[in-house]
Ligand binder design. Structure first.
Ligand code: AMP
Length: 219
């Protein structure tokens, strides 16, 4: 059976950073809906152009587009054991669709780590966030600066500030999260899958806490 882990948390909770660590540790591919949209944007595809209209405003890309994109990604060969999902599902409707999709793929969501960070901390974090051009590695000018300013420690590419990490958009993204995504916390808690972790701790404390709490995955 394929196993899927859904990473939950508000924008700025450190999902992308933790997803990379967990995905390496568990040997499950990191599937980030936001990264796929950004990749399409970079490659100037039709999907990228459509997504940009919503992303720049901090709003959600319509479900039909997002679901088709995720379905395509999850049926690729590298997802044969399952995947670590970051940024999808983002609404209860998407969560229902995911469950249906996973029935077809003969898999299921086994655990849902929820990285909890209070709202005031999020605004501060997102404001100082810089992302690497090449692979999306994330830095923070105060809390996790790159060794050389403006340059990614890992692949040497230049860092940029995401359009949607700018102030007004950040506030809208947090509001959209509270209204549309946070109901998923209860959705998965009721299923006994939620693993809540304090996301204000240092990055390595969060990841070791998460890895300790996650079920063992045989592959
Ligand atoms: P993220 O990198 O996860 O913060 O995503 C960046 C942006 O991509 C979001 O603000 C949305 O505009 C869009 N996006 C990512 N995932 C989804 C999703 N599951 N449903 C709708 N829009 C999404």
């Amino acid at each position: 059976m394929r196993v899927y882990i859904v990473l939950l948390g508000p924008p700025g909770a450190g999902k992308g950073t933790q997803a990379k660590i967990i995905s390496d540790a568990l040997g499950l591919p990191h599937v980030s809906s936001g990264d796929i949209f950004r990749e399409n944007l970079k490659n100037q595809t039709d999907l990228g152009a459509l997504a940009k209209r919503y992303m720049d405003r901090g709003e959600l890309v319509p479900d039909d587009v997002t679901v088709a994109m995720i379905r395509d990604r999850l049926t690729r060969e590298d997802c044969g054991m399952g995947a670590l999902l970051d940024g999808f599902p983002r609404t209860p409707v998407q969560a229902e669709v995911l469950d249906e999709m996973l029935v077809q793929l003969q898999g299921k969501v086994v655990a849902v780590p929820y990285i909890n960070v209070p709202e005031n901390v999020l605004v501060d974090r997102l404001g100082g966030r810089w992302t690497c051009q090449a692979q999306g590695h994330v830095y923070h000018e105060k809390h996790n600066p790159s060794k050389v300013p403006g340059v990614c420690d890992i692949d040497g590419s230049s860092l940029y500030q995401r359009e949607d990490d700018k102030s007004e958009t950040v506030k809208r993204r947090i509001r959209v999260y509270l209204e549309q995504t946070s109901p998923l916390i209860d959705f998965y808690r009721k299923q006994g899958k939620l693993i809540e972790i304090d996301g204000t701790q240092a990055i390595d404390r969060v990841s070791s806490g998460l890895l300790d709490a996650l079920p063992r995955i045989e592959n």
